[in-house]
Design a protein around this ligand. Structure first.
Ligand code: PGA
Length: 273
């Protein structure tokens, strides 16, 4: 059974102090609720992508307070070191306490001009060093209107995962479907459309990597997820979690989304405690 992943992408928000205060507030709400413990220990993983500066202090702080939350970096370069002013490497992120990295987020593709070749280089660099990549894919509004969603997803997924040398195993394939038109707009995809896209992504993975890898892959939805709509995505069979932007900045709301996730999981799979 695939575990559920709930990830918060903070983008360029929260300094070090604000990040640790968030962690404290979030943990207070989660730890005090004993009914969440079994799920959070065994089958639901919560991951935060703070600013690069906050990864190390958050990693130390979470150990101090005994939090199980995982951390990720929002961006990495594919080289290990060198004259690349402003960049950070996958090993730097790992050593600071990150276990995951966002790769191919729509803001990197569309604001910073990252193409499929760059996304592949980053995806591969992460996979080689053991930093687990969250590959983000999704169509623009124009592409959606032209009925190109399926082919855009095929192109973006296959460009990143075909012929990739990986040391982290196929069971760590994580792909977030994030339609560009849904990010930061308050206009999320319907759960049915998100399910259709996520199922298509899984079939693309099956064609490239085979059936076992496609069944183990984690396919997430992201784009204007909030406290009231998070539940419906998690009822869909090919959606294994959520990548949350704006709604992850508030510890009360994010804790609410995590609680909803655990409840939904129990509803779908039963409470086998
Ligand atoms: P949003 O962002 O939830 O604010 O739409 C999602 C993302 O960019 O990952």
């Amino acid at each position: 059974m695939r575990r559920v992943m709930i990830a918060g992408n903070w983008k360029m928000n929260k300094d070090i102090k604000e990040s640790t205060v968030f962690l404290e507030e979030y943990c207070k709400r989660i730890v005090s609720d004993k009914s969440l413990k079994y799920d959070l220990d065994t089958r639901t993983e919560v991951i935060l992508f703070p600013s690069t500066f906050s990864i190390y202090p958050m990693s130390c702080y979470k150990q101090d307070i005994g939090s199980k939350i995982s951390l990720g970096v929002q961006n990495v370069h594919w080289m290990d070191s060198g004259p690349l002013t402003g960049e950070v490497s996958t090993l730097m992120a790992l050593h600071a306490g990150a276990s995951y990295a966002l790769v191919g987020h729509s803001e990197r593709r569309h604001v910073f001009g990252e193409n499929d070749l760059i996304v592949k280089a980053k995806f591969e660099a992460c996979s080689k060093t053991g930093l687990k990549p969250f590959l983000c894919v999704g169509e623009t509004e124009n592409e959606r209107n032209m009925d190109l969603t399926g082919s855009v997803l095929e192109k973006q997924v296959s460009a990143a995962i075909s012929d990739t040398v990986s040391c982290i195993g196929e069971d760590h394939l994580i792909i977030a479907y994030e339609p560009v038109w849904a990010i930061g707009t308050g206009n999320s995809a319907s759960s049915k459309d998100a399910q259709k896209a996520c199922s298509h992504i899984r079939s693309v993975v099956r064609d490239i990597k085979g059936l076992p890898a496609s069944e183990m892959a984690h396919v997430l939805y992201g784009g204007s997820v909030n406290l009231s709509n998070s539940h419906e995505f998690l009822l869909e069979k090919d959606i294994d979690g959520l990548l949350v932007g704006g709604a992850s900045l508030d510890p009360v709301i994010f804790a609410g989304i995590v609680k909803n996730t655990v409840l939904t999981r129990k509803e779908v799979q039963g409470n086998d405690m």
